[in-house]
Design a protein. Structure first.
Length: 318
C-alpha cells in the first residue's frame, strides 16, 4: 500500500478513486477505461503541479518518506560481488553504518553508507540510521583500508544525525565523527558521496568529506534537523517549517551555494514512486563523477579536497 504525505492528500484521493473504479469494473464488467484514463491524467497533472512548488519543509518530508530507497537498496542495485565488513576493531559493530568491498561497473571499490531500515524490525536493527561511535570508527577503518589498497570510495548518506544517547557520548561520539571526517579528507583515493535522503549534522558529513558530493533532488542536507533548530531558536518544534526555510537545506539551495557538486533528478513524485529509475540515475551520476577522479594521484586528490572544504567556509554566504 502506497504511503501518502499530508500535502499529497488530493493526489491520494484521486488515486483512490481510480482504484475504486478499477475494482468496480472488475466486479461488474463495466468499461470504465476512458474515465480511468481521464482521472489518471488529472492525478499526474496534480502530482506535477504539487512537486513543482514544494517548500523546504515538504522536501524534508519527502526525504524522510518511508518507501524511499535506502542505502542497502543502492548497494544491491549498483555494487557487484558485495562483501560487507563489520566492527570497529575496538568495541562492537554498529548496524547503522554499513560498509564493505565490491565492484562498481567493473572497478573494485569500498562502499559506506547509513542505513535506516525499511520495516519495523530492520529500523530497530539499524537504529533508524543513527550511528554510534563504533559506526564512525568502522567508517574510518574502511576509508583507511581503501586508501591502503587504492580503492575508490563511494558513500550513500541517509541519517537524521548521530545517535544522541548518553552511552554514545561516553564512548567518544564527537571524537569518532571528527576522526571519520579527517580520514575522508586525507584518503589518497577518489571519494564520491551521495545524499540519498536526510543528511543530518556531523553524522552525515562524517561519511561525506568527499571529492564530489551529490544530492538527490528531494534530499536534504543541514547542520541540524528543522525540529531541532526550531526547538533551540523558538522553543517550539512546531516552528520546524520556518526553520527548514532558514536552514537552506534543499539540494537547490546547496547547489546554488556551491556546497554540493550536482543534483540528481528524481522521478515525478519522488524517488519512492520509481525506485528502479532512481537507482539507475544515481549509478550513472556516481560514475560520471568518479571517472574523472580516477586519473588523479593521491596527493592531488587530497590537496583539492582540502581546498574544496576550505573554500566553503570562505565564500558560502546565505
Amino acid at each position: 500500500m502506497r504511503h501518502f504525505l499530508d500535502f499529497e492528500k488530493p493526489i491520494a484521493e484521486l488515486e483512490g478513486k481510480i482504484e475504486e473504479l478499477r475494482r468496480t469494473s472488475d466486479a461488474g464488467g463495466i468499461d470504465v477505461a476512458e474515465e480511468v484514463a481521464r482521472m489518471r491524467d488529472k492525478a499526474q497533472a496534480l502530482l506535477k503541479t504539487t512537486y513543482a512548488k514544494l517548500s523546504p519543509w515538504q522536501k524534508t518530508l519527502v526525504a524522510r518518506h518511508p518507501d524511499r530507497p535506502k542505502c542497502l537498496d543502492y548497494i544491491r542495485a549498483l555494487i557487484e560481488e558485495w562483501t560487507p565488513l563489520a566492527g570497529d576493531r575496538a568495541f562492537a559493530d554498529d548496524a547503522a553504518v554499513v560498509g564493505g568491498l565490491g565492484r562498481f561497473r567493473g572497478r573494485a571499490v569500498a562502499v559506506l553508507g547509513t542505513e535506516k531500515g525499511s520495516d519495523t524490525e530492520s529500523r530497530v536493527l539499524h537504529n533508524f540510521g543513527m550511528a554510534r561511535p563504533e559506526g564512525y570508527r568502522k567508517a574510518r577503518r574502511i576509508i583507511e583500508l581503501a586508501g591502503r589498497f587504492g580503492l575508490p570510495i563511494l558513500s550513500f548518506v541517509d541519517t537524521a544525525g548521530a545517535f544522541p544517547g548518553i552511552e554514545a557520548e561516553a564512548r567518544g561520539q564527537a571524537e569518532a565523527i571528527a576522526r571519520s571526517i579527517e580520514a575522508g579528507l586525507e584518503a589518497p583515493v577518489p571519494f564520491v558521496a551521495t545524499i540519498i535522503g536526510e543528511g543530518g549534522s556531523g553524522g552525515a558529513i562524517a561519511l561525506a568529506a568527499a571529492d564530489r558530493i551529490l544530492m538527490l533532488e528531494h534530499s536534504v542536507y543541514s547542520v541540524i534537523s528543522p525540529e531541532g533548530c526550531a526547538s533551540i531558536l523558538w522553543r517550539d518544534a512546531a516552528q520546524a517549517p520556518t526553520a527548514a526555510e532558514a536552514l537552506k537545506l534543499t539540494a537547490e539551495d546547496l547547489r546554488r551555494l556551491n556546497l554540493v557538486d550536482a543534483v540528481v533528478p528524481e522521478p515525478m513524485g519522488g524517488a519512492h514512486r520509481d525506485t528502479a529509475a532512481t537507482l539507475a540515475a544515481v549509478g550513472d551520476k556516481v560514475w560520471d563523477s568518479l571517472e574523472p577522479l580516477l586519473a588523479l594521484d593521491g596527493a592531488t586528490l587530497c590537496a583539492r579536497r582540502r581546498e574544496k572544504f576550505l573554500e566553503m567556509g570562505r565564500n558560502s554566504v546565505v
